[in-house]
Design a protein around this ligand. Sequence first.
Ligand code: URA
Ligand code: ZN
Length: 362
Amino acid sequence: MPVVDIHTHVYPPSYMSLLRSRNTVPYVRTFPDAPDTSRLIILPGEDDPATPSTARGRPVGPEYYDIKQKISFMDTHGIDVSVISLANPWLDFLDPSEAGETARKINDEVNELCEQHPGRLYAFGALPLSAPAEVVVAEIERLAGLSRMRGIIMGTSGLGEGLDDPSLDPIYAALEKHQQLVFLHPHYGLPWSVYGPRANEYGHVLPLALGFPLETTIAVTRMLLSAVWDRFQSLQVLIAHSGGTLPFLAGRIESCILHDGHLAKDEKLEGRRSVWDVLKTNIYLDAVIYSEVGLKAAIDASGKDRLLFGTDNPFFPPLGGETEWLSVKTNYRAITGAFGDDADGAKGVLGDNAIRILRLSS
Ligand code: URA
Ligand code: ZN
């Protein structure tokens, strides 16, 4: 039974050099009180000078950039194929003048890493979203011709104004035309103030467990409200972390839309596609939710044929350094538990769905 991991990140060596050359978020550096450990500082807010330097960001080692470690992680966890993606914050922070060239370089580098491991690695490319839309469109067209690329990964900021921005239309059109799946992944979370004055005492729990999924849910709801999927009816989006909270909240979102006088007055309710229709036609969900409850909501919302196994490696390593990762075991267990006797359903989520949807050969 082939196992395919579609949510697994790398920072290829040239991206690491870029992070090492910077001193504002995102960056990689050592701090005087722990000079032997490089730390990866990427999330908004995790650079707070009030946080002790050893609690800022996370330690970063070869598991983030050495592709051999990815293969060894795959071997340890029974993963046959990985669809790797640049991790957040991708290329969002680049100066517009350098974004296009950097995207080409990094995407080529990732494609080559995959070619060095035939049958085991594919990838989602990254877009130069700080550059003008035509540069982004050109990279989408180029990615469609790279041997191991199977779509693109992006965050929720779009060209700077979110995913309901009409300026994204040429980009959505190019993605649709070239049948490039969008892997939508959070990064920015919620405004730090919602975590309260003691946020720094709670590690990364609030931004990762809640900020990430809510950011994703809001971004997708804005896409729905701005009728992205009415204009681009075959645009396919794979949403990280089982859709954030979208499967659980879809009914409430749909009901709020149908009861909104402003939308009705502006004639935005006529001919619109429902959240449920989009969930079952345009949206794929990963299975990175760590529980049967969340997984069952995802299955109910989008269907078991649209759910794909992932690990989020190299994030969430075991704190005790164990070889087998608790985060991965938990996701495997949730899939086995949620499907019970439906062995074919579990097989689909673990690999068959990804092979079919992303045209992989294992
Ligand atoms: N933390 C991140 O910053 N990114 C991930 O993908 C997972 C955890
Ligand atoms: Zn991730």
